[in-house]
Design a protein around this ligand. Structure first.
Ligand code: NAD
Length: 477
C-alpha cells in the first residue's frame, strides 16, 4: 500500500474507471469564513456520467463476487489511508464547510472514519448467506449505487454511503455538493491508495440539475442514495420511480427535544441548545424545537437564551470557536429572513437575531438565535431553517408533548429528558421519528439513521445501511 497525499485544492479532473480525466468546466470553491476562493473542482457533464456508470457496471462483476473478507480488508486499508490524511481532511472541512475545527475533527472526520471502520466489521460479520428452513437466503449486492451528498457534512455523508455500498459488494458513482467537493477528492485519493479496484468508486462532481439528475434517472444505476433537502429528494424519488430504481432518501428534519416535568431543566436546555447549534445549526437531525413544561417555560427560555449568548461565534480555525459561518450568503439570507419574519409575526427574540455578530465583518455569520412565544403552526416552528435557530414551546404534560413533537411534517431525530428512564422510554416509543436520545445518550454509529414522513425513505448506518444496498435471492432446496 502506498500513500501519495495530494494537498492541492485545485482539482480539475473526474475519476472514471481508475483514471483521473481532466475536464474543461470547473467551478470555484469558496471559504464561507473569508468569502475568498480556496480551490477549484471539475464540473462534469452528461457524457461523463455515462462513462462513470459504465465503469461502475463493468467493475461490478468482480467486486460483487469478491469475498466479504476481501472487501473488509480494503475498507480497513481505506481507513488507514484516511487517517494518514486526517489533518488535511480537517483543514479541508474547515475551509470548505466553515465548520469550527473541533467540530470538523470530531463530527466530520473522526466519526466518518469510525463509520467506515464499522462497515469493515459488518462486511465480516453480516450473514450474506442465511438458512431459513429449507431455503438458502442469499443477500447479494444491488449493483451500481449513485451516492449524492449534501454540503453540511460532506465527508461523513460520503463515508456513510460509500462504506455501506462497498461492504455490500456494490460499486459506486459519487456526486458531492457543488459547494463542498474537496474532501470527496481526498476520499477518492485514499481509496486509490488503499487498493480499491478501478471502477469501484467513480467521482463526477458537478451541478445537481445536470449530474445529479442524470444519475438519478440513469438506467445503469440500481440504487440512488441521496442526502439533501426534502424538496430535491421528492424530485429524486419521482425520477427514480420512472425506472423503479430504489431510492434511499435522507432528507430534512425539525426534531423535538421533549423535556418532561421531572427533568433537570438546566442540563436538558443547555444540551438542546448545543445540539441545535452544532455545525453552526446545519445538522439535519438537530433538535430545533424545545418543548418544555408550561410551568417552567420562562425559566427554560431564560436558560436557553443565556446559554446561546455564551456560545462563541467566529473564526472556525480558532479552537475556542463554537459556531463558524453558515455555508453561503444565500443560506445566511434565507435564515435571517425566516428569523425576521417570525419576529414580525409576534415571536419574542430571546437571543441572537438576523444581524451579523458585532465584531465580524466578513463571512456568512449569524448569532445563535432563540425564539419564544411561537405557535405550533408558525413557519419558524414547522419549516427546516437549517441555521442556528431554536424555538421554545410550552407543553401541558407528557401526552401533549408527544402530540406537539409529532405535529411535524418531519421525523428524523429527537430527545426526551426525564429523571425516570422508564417514563422517558414510554414517551420515546410514541414519537414518530427515526431516532430518539434519552437524557443526552451518545450517538451510536451502528444504530439505523433515517426518517419518517418527509424526512426520507430507508436507513443508513450499521447493518441496516448495508442491507439497503443488497437484493435477496431465496434459493429453495
Ligand atoms: P440539496 O437538496 O440542495 O442538495 C443535495 C445534493 O443533491 C447536492 O449534491 C446537489 O447537487 C444534489 N442535487 C440538487 N438538485 C438535484 C437534482 N435535481 N437531482 C439530483 N441531485 C440533485 O441539499 P443541500 O442544501 O446540499 O443540503 C442541505 C439539506 O440536506 C437539508 O435539508 C438537510 O436537512 C439535508 N440533510 C439531510 C441529512 C439526513 O441524513 N437526513 C443529512 C444531511 C443533510
Amino acid at each position: 500500500m502506498t500513500t501519495t497525499i495530494h494537498t492541492t485544492w485545485d482539482r480539475d479532473s473526474i475519476l472514471v474507471g481508475g483514471d483521473w480525466i481532466p475536464v474543461t468546466d470547473c467551478t470555484e470553491v469558496h471559504d464561507p469564513a473569508t468569502e475568498s476562493v480556496i480551490g477549484r473542482s471539475a464540473s462534469a457533464g452528461i457524457a461523463h456520467v455515462d462513462a462513470a456508470v459504465a465503469a461502475a457496471r463493468s467493475a461490478g462483476t468482480a467486486w460483487g463476487t469478491s469475498s466479504p473478507e476481501d472487501r473488509a480488508e480494503i475498507l480497513d486499508a481505506l481507513c488507514t489511508q484516511l487517517r494518514a490524511r486526517r489533518q488535511l481532511l480537517v483543514d479541508t472541512t474547515v475551509a470548505e464547510v466553515g465548520a469550527p475545527v473541533t467540530v470538523a475533527e470530531e463530527a466530520h472526520i473522526d466519526l466518518g472514519i469510525e463509520i467506515l471502520a464499522s462497515y469493515a466489521r459488518l462486511a465480516r460479520d453480516l450473514p450474506f448467506r442465511e438458512r431459513l428452513g429449507r431455503t438458502l437466503l442469499l443477500r447479494r449486492p444491488a449493483g451500481v449505487v449513485a451516492c449524492i451528498t449534501p454540503w453540511n457534512y460532506p465527508f461523513y455523508q460520503l463515508a456513510a454511503k460509500v462504506g455501506a455500498a462497498l461492504a455490500a459488494g456494490c460499486t459506486t458513482v459519487v456526486k458531492p455538493a457543488e459547494l463542498t467537493p474537496l474532501s470527496t477528492y481526498l476520499f477518492a485519493d485514499a481509496a486509490i491508495d488503499a487498493g480499491l479496484p478501478a471502477g469501484v468508486l467513480n467521482l463526477v462532481p458537478g451541478s445537481g440539475r445536470t449530474v445529479g439528475a442524470a444519475l438519478t434517472a440513469h438506467p445503469g444505476v440500481d440504487v440512488v442514495s441521496f442526502t439533501g433537502s426534502t424538496a430535491v429528494g421528492r424530485g429524486v424519488a419521482h425520477a427514480a420511480a420512472e425506472s423503479l430504481t430504489r431510492a434511499c432518501l435522507e432528507l430534512g428534519g425539525k426534531s423535538a427535544s421533549v423535556v418532561l416535568g421531572d427533568a433537570p431543566l438546566p442540563a436538558a436546555v443547555t444540551a438542546t441548545v448545543d445540539a441545535a447549534m452544532l455545525n453552526s445549526g446545519q445538522t439535519c437531525s438537530a433538535w430545533t424545537r424545545l418543548l418544555v413544561p408550561r410551568t417552567r417555560y420562562e425559566d427554560a427560555v431564560e436558560l436557553a437564551a443565556g446559554h446561546a449568548g455564551t456560545l462563541r461565534v467566529g473564526d472556525p480555525r480558532d479552537r475556542a470557536t463554537q459556531l463558524g459561518p453558515v455555508i453561503s450568503a444565500a443560506q445566511r439570507r434565507s435564515i435571517a429572513e425566516a428569523v425576521d419574519a417570525a419576529v414580525a409575526g409576534g415571536a419574542r427574540l430571546a437571543a441572537g437575531g438576523s444581524g451579523m455578530p458585532a465584531d465580524l465583518e466578513t463571512g456568512h455569520y449569524l448569532r445563535p438565535t432563540v425564539l419564544a412565544d411561537v405557535g405550533p403552526h408558525d413557519p419558524i416552528v414547522r419549516d427546516e431553517i437549517f441555521g442556528p435557530v431554536l424555538v421554545v414551546l410550552p407543553h401541558d404534560g407528557d401526552d401533549d408533548a408527544i402530540r406537539l413533537a409529532n405535529d411535524s411534517d418531519y421525523g428524523l431525530g429527537g430527545a426526551v429528558w426525564s429523571a425516570d428512564p422508564e417514563r422517558a422510554l414510554g414517551v420515546a416509543a410514541r414519537m414518530d421519528t427515526g431516532q430518539v436520545d434519552i437524557n443526552g445518550a451518545p450517538f451510536n454509529p451502528e444504530a439505523p439513521f433515517g426518517g419518517w414522513k418527509s424526512s426520507g425513505l430507508g436507513r443508513e448506518l450499521g447493518r441496516f445501511g448495508v442491507e439497503e444496498f443488497t437484493e435477496l435471492t431465496a434459493v429453495q432446496r
